[in-house]
Design a protein around this ligand. Structure first.
Ligand SMILES: C[S@@+](CC[C@H](N)C(=O)[O-])C[C@H]1O[C@@H](n2cnc3c(N)ncnc32)[C@H](O)[C@@H]1O
Length: 389
């Protein structure tokens, strides 16, 4: 397990429930992906390592229902969430790609491109970064790394319990391990060793080699960092910098269904800290909204009855309040839309027709109601990323 520093010694029942949402999101994405809504072989690899099987047995669905297959309305909603976030991330990746700028000058000499990279202070090989706060068991990082986006380093932050499980799952599974560690993963593959005992020993060795303080350095593109986001608000940049993060590089922060579990004061501090320390930063966030209308009240009641703490849902009740939290904390441009609007605008008609053929959806009105209780917000600070909004 990761070398321990200071926080995360104690998890309340509410925190345990929050942590459980990482598994729940994984199951829902797995359901949508296995039905063909989108392709994510890493999701399947990670799932195969049964991160969530224990949880699904005890917490999701009735025994007679397949807990790994979600209803069409959930599959479609999760696909919309994944796809819309992908659209923003793709824009970030193309905006910060040296290849893209080189494309307009096809003959850009390699030494100049190299110089562009090496001139950036303290960056070993990265010239852009993604920080996924509350990354859970999401496989987005793996999909992006597999697309071969050069010069990219991704930092995922979550409770230590989550990143410990994720590191073990990623390194135990050959597809993920080879993607992240390349030859190192190949040479020490547990799959090639003779017995389970040896496999365990080899996995322990790889885990040990990847361990850093409070986390895991999983190759040149991915670092997992264990931290309760509420404990490190002012110090988070220092903590990340100590594991290789470079505040001077263009950075995208992702919070996909995370800020709802965090109190307003903490969220504002987090936003302010990143905006104050990074000259070029974009923030993409997916959140719940409208807790006070009748559907929103039902959502709140159900979540609370299930033991979830959702202060961010209640303290940012409107689209305006979600814009405000970035505008009042040094972000220069902010765009928020309901997920219903995002789904309608960011998915192509062909894609919408394709997924309608995967599963028939009777409850269109209910789907639209649910989607209007979630938002997608993009905020930017600095000239490099201003085109994202
Ligand atoms: C609904 S899950 C979403 C996971 C992932 N972003 C996704 O969309 O698949 C919420 C995640 O936020 C994490 N989280 C919530 N509050 C946190 C905190 N205070 N510190 C660290 N992680 C937190 C949870 O552990 C969980 O992994």
């Amino acid at each position: 397990m990761a070398e321990h520093d200071d926080d995360d010694d104690y998890l309340s029942v509410g925190d345990e429930r929050t942590i459980y949402t990482a598994s729940d999101a994984l199951v829902c994405k797995y359901s949508a992906s296995s039905l063909g809504y989108y392709n994510d072989k890493y999701l399947h690899s990670l799932f195969a390592k049964s991160i969530v099987k224990a949880n699904t047995n005890s917490m999701v669905g009735a025994p007679s229902i397949n807990p790994l297959r979600k209803p069409p309305i959930i599959n479609r909603g999760y696909y919309g969430r994944v796809k819309c976030i992908d659209v923003v991330l793709s824009k970030f990746l193309s905006t910060t790609s040296l290849n893209t700028s080189a494309a307009s000058i096809p003959s850009i000499p390699t030494d100049i491109a190299d110089k562009l990279i090496t001139d950036i202070p303290d960056s070993a090989s990265a010239y852009r970064q993604i920080v996924s706060l509350g990354g859970g068991f999401d496989t987005l990082s793996l999909r992006i790394i597999a697309e071969n986006n050069p010069g990219l380093h991704i930092y995922e932050v979550d409770f230590e319990e989550v990143i410990n499980k994720k590191a073990v799952a990623l390194l135990s599974e050959s597809t993920c391990r080879h993607l992240l560690l390349g030859n190192h993963g190949n040479n020490t593959t547990p799959a090639t060793s003779p017995g389970i005992k040896d496999n365990r020993q080899i996995l322990t060795k790889i885990l040990h080699d990847c361990t850093i303080t409070n986390g895991y350095n999983l190759g040149p593109n991915l670092t997992l960092f264990g931290s309760d986001l509420r404990n490190n608000t002012n110090d988070i940049i220092n903590k990340l910098t100590s594991i290789g993060f470079n505040p001077s590089l263009p950075t995208l922060i992702l919070t996909e269904c995370v800020l709802v579990y965090i109190e307003k004061a903490v969220t504002e501090q987090l936003i302010n800290t990143f905006a104050s320390s990074l000259p070029n930063v974009a923030w993409v966030t997916y959140d719940m909204v409208n807790p006070t209308d009748s559907f929103g009240k039902t959502m709140c009641r159900n979540l609370r009855d299930a033991g979830f703490n959702i202060p961010g849902f209640l303290e940012y009740p409107t689209i305006e309040s979600q814009i405000q939290r970035f505008q009042s904390n040094k972000f220069e441009k902010v765009n928020t839309m309901s997920m219903l609007a995002a789904y309608q605008r960011l998915l192509t008609s062909d894609d919408k027709m394709r997924i309608a053929r995967i599963e028939h959806l009777d409850e269109i009105e209910e789907f639209e109601l649910i989607m209007s209780h979630y938002t997608l917000t993009t905020a930017v600070k600095g000239s490099v990323l201003s085109g994202l909004v």
